[in-house]
Design a protein around this ligand. Sequence first.
Ligand code: COA
Length: 323
Amino acid sequence: MKLNQTPRVDATRILGFGSYRPERVVTNDDLSAIMDTNDEWIRTRVGIVERRFADKDQTVPDLAVIAGNRALADAGLKPSDIDTVIVATCTMPCGIPNAAAQVSSRIGIENKGAFDLNAACAGFCYSIGTASDLVRAGTARHVLVIGAEKLTDSVDPYDRANAIIFADGSAAAVIGPAEEPGIGPVVWGSAGELVDLIYMREDRYLFQEGQSVFRWATTAIAPIGLQAIEAAGITPADIDVLVPHQANLRIVEAIAKKLRAKGARQDMVVAEDIVTSGNTSSASIPLAIDRMRADGKIRSGDTMLLVGFGAGLSYAGQVVICP
Ligand code: COA
């Protein structure tokens, strides 16, 4: 018996972005008032000046809905145009219920596919790769991908090693069919043997071996970016914008330096959203992009290298064209 299969689509692209930063700004001085740290140490070691914390009663789906609606508006689409919702998150309080089904319903995307994707801070790039393949395979026409995290619920507020780094936020992208390819092949992977470097303790607070993670990120991630560039059939000199996961400004700078040593341009724009947003895990890459678009630092048509990495350990990267 011969079964029908969905007709394939040749090319996909990102059609729009949207983001949400919680209102509450928390400065380094605010944190020094409640723990043994200081502005100078945080700026020098991590590069963060301030970050946003969600309200106590704001949930991951609350954050996701706002960003999702904004991305839809930016793409010029209606909720009824979306047929799959992926929420990239690692901070839902428990595995059931997932975020995506409620987010989908609250946005008005009714009776459509909806699932969470947890690849920690690599979640957004994993989700863009998955969404692009769903559209190319004909399974979905338009996919809404939302990175949404409330890390303040997962970090001991008095643990100076982590409380200064992690923050809250959400940002989204709409993926759909295109005339020309606008999303390169995803290069993804995992290093599960390093699982003990970042995990949730039994008290559900985050633990990480900061120095080991730092060494891994500054050595393993630039080569993933180079593989994504090669997979897209371009060269490092073609990259206009580098958007690494915003984990630590020193990690961002190290990745940029390694890519420039391999031919990336000196005038390549490098996302530094960590300075005012902190580490928002799977929301950090689209938050950075949306801010740079709003500030006029990047333009429609720019070639961007995205690369996410984090707990798992997991990593993923791809080249995309800015909508
Ligand atoms: N304020 C002041 N001092 C602090 C501090 C803080 N918030 N946190 C640690 N310190 C102190 C330590 O106690 C230590 O003091 P000592 O030398 O007297 O023992 C000193 O600063 C150095 O600590 P260390 O842990 O070696 O700092 P570091 O330079 O490695 O920076 C991180 C710590 C976490 C910022 C850094 O390792 C990092 O960013 N790692 C990557 C983490 C990451 O990106 N994770 C997410 C991946 S998604």
